[in-house]
Design a protein. Structure first.
Ligand code: NI
Length: 196
């Protein structure tokens, strides 16, 4: 089932999400719905707060990035078929010199901006079977994981922009929260007036 994606301005996107336990109700259905919702919106990642749930789950599938011809063959094959569920994730370490990448977000349609992040991330998480992993990722994999991880910490990529950029985007962000935007997928807007 495709779920509506929570738009910028909804308080659920600002909460620090909480851990879940193995017996979280209907977890398998939730994960299936999140995958379906993400693919329907052509996303490479989706976090539970984006479907209205302040819990520590996010999904990543970087396959669409693997088609980028500017990448080396090694980079392409690393991204192709990288599909993972991250439950109760905690970033342990981020290292290296920050680099810029043009990010977007399904909760903030039509806005893309260069965001600075460190290139390497070590993260501890559980998979969908609650098996614990600690792994280090770099490049675009790290980038997508860092963006989604921010969602479960209540952080959006627009928070990381310069104050000038933020000021320039303010009007467009307000329009998004009011639903004054054309978007191809189903969304839930926090400030949409009833009967519109
Ligand atoms: Ni996002």
């Amino acid at each position: 089932m495709i779920l509506p994606i929570t738009a910028y301005g909804d308080p659920v996107l600002r909460k620090k999400a909480t851990n879940i336990t193995k017996d979280y109700p209907n977890l398998e259905t939730l994960l299936n719905n999140m995958w379906e919702t993400m693919y329907n919106a052509s996303g490479v990642g989706l976090a539970a707060p984006q479907v209205g749930l302040p819990i520590r789950i996010f999904l990543v599938d970087t396959t669409p990035f693997s088609k980028d011809e500017d990448l080396t063959e090694d980079e392409q094959s690393q991204l192709d078929g990288f599909k993972k569920v991250f439950i109760n994730a905690e970033i342990l370490e981020e290292t290296g010199e920050e680099w810029a990448f043009n990010e977007g977000c399904l909760s903030i349609p039509d806005i893309r901006e260069d965001v600075q992040r460190k290139p390497k991330v070590t993260i501890k998480y559980m998979d969908e079977n609650f098996k614990e992993h600690t792994e280090t990722f770099d490049g675009l994999l790290a980038r997508v994981i860092q963006h989604e991880y921010d969602h479960i910490e209540g952080i959006l990529f627009t928070d990381k922009l310069s104050s000038l950029k933020k000021r320039l985007l303010k009007g467009r962000l307000e329009k998004i929260s009011k639903g004054k935007i054309n978007v191809e997928y189903k969304m839930k807007f926090p400030q949409m007036k009833k009967g519109r």
